[in-house]
Ligand binder design. Structure first.
Ligand SMILES: O=P(O)(O)OC[C@H]1O[C@H](OP(=O)(O)OP(=O)(O)O)[C@H](O)[C@@H]1O
Ligand SMILES: Nc1ncnc2[nH]cnc12
Length: 236
């Protein structure tokens, strides 16, 4: 049986050396231009405190989370100067890390009676559908404006680098639905707040929000108030 370790030990094991600087090596052909190459960093092995606090972490989970963290690269000054862009596309290139990411979410949510997984455009569309399929829930896309053909409700929200509008089809979610909101990353929390508002406006209960990455310094978690947030990795 897998050993259970405490959250404190998990964090102390995992947070040594928050970032590792790498040279271009294998990912250089996928970057935009040489000015975005240097330095590329990888999110290095910080399991979030809340995965440890809310679930019992097995050694196997620690290994999986460490691997997931190590595949997410950080590109400075994208899309604007000063933004440290956390790029999950490099996670998707690693089959084991991608599968472990989905599996960790599925293991958490499979018995939580979730009836709808709402994924936020665009990167929530990568992680949300496989989770929904695995836990037996419907998937509802929350989209940028003017992309959904049916009748919609909308919420405007602010981002780390701008403002946007999110829309959801009316009729996709019913009053009483138990919702999980999925995205790749929480920064300021504006996106997840807008997603929750859309769901709650039609009478759904948001059980939790789930992300792969939390940018802790942007305090998005505070903005969510009492609503639970579950993340696999965090970065300061
Ligand atoms: O916590 P917040 O400050 O709201 O930011 C988080 C959001 O920002 C990113 O999406 P973005 O708006 O860049 O859209 P994209 O996925 O279409 O690129 C990310 O995928 C989250 O959805
Ligand atoms: N720093 C960041 N990296 C990736 N996606 C983001 N969305 C908002 N801030 C972001």
């Amino acid at each position: 049986m897998a050993a259970i370790i405490s959250s404190r030990r998990l964090l102390s094991n995992l947070t040594r050396g928050t970032f590792v600087t790498t040279n271009l090596s294998s990912f250089s052909s996928q970057t935009r231009s040489p000015t975005h190459f240097t330095p590329i960093r990888y999110l290095k092995t910080i399991a979030s405190s809340n995965i440890a606090a809310t679930t019992r972490i097995r050694n196997d989970d620690v290994d999986r989370i460490a691997k997931i963290s190590s595949t997410i690269r950080i590109i400075p000054d994208f899309p604007k100067p000063g933004i440290m862009f956390h790029d999950i596309t490099t996670l998707l290139l690693d089959h084991a890390a991608f599968k472990d990411t989905i599996d960790l979410f599925v293991e958490r949510y499979k018995d939580m009676n979730i009836s709808v997984v709402a994924g936020v455009e665009a990167r929530g569309f990568i992680f949300g559908p496989p989770i929904a399929l695995a836990i037996g829930a419907k998937f509802v896309p929350l989209r940028k404006p003017n992309r959904l053909p049916g009748e919609v409700i909308s919420e405007e929200y602010s981002l780390e680098y701008g403002t946007d509008i999110m829309e959801m089809h009316l009729g996709a979610v019913q009053a009483g639905d138990q919702a999980l909101v999925v995205d790749d990353l929480i920064a300021t929390g504006g996106t997840l707040c807008a997603a929750m508002k859309l769901l709650e406006r039609v009478g759904a209960h948001v059980v939790e929000c789930a992300c792969v990455v939390e940018l802790v310094e942007l305090k998005g978690r505070d903005r969510l108030g009492e609503k639970p947030l579950f993340v696999l990795t965090s970065s300061t």
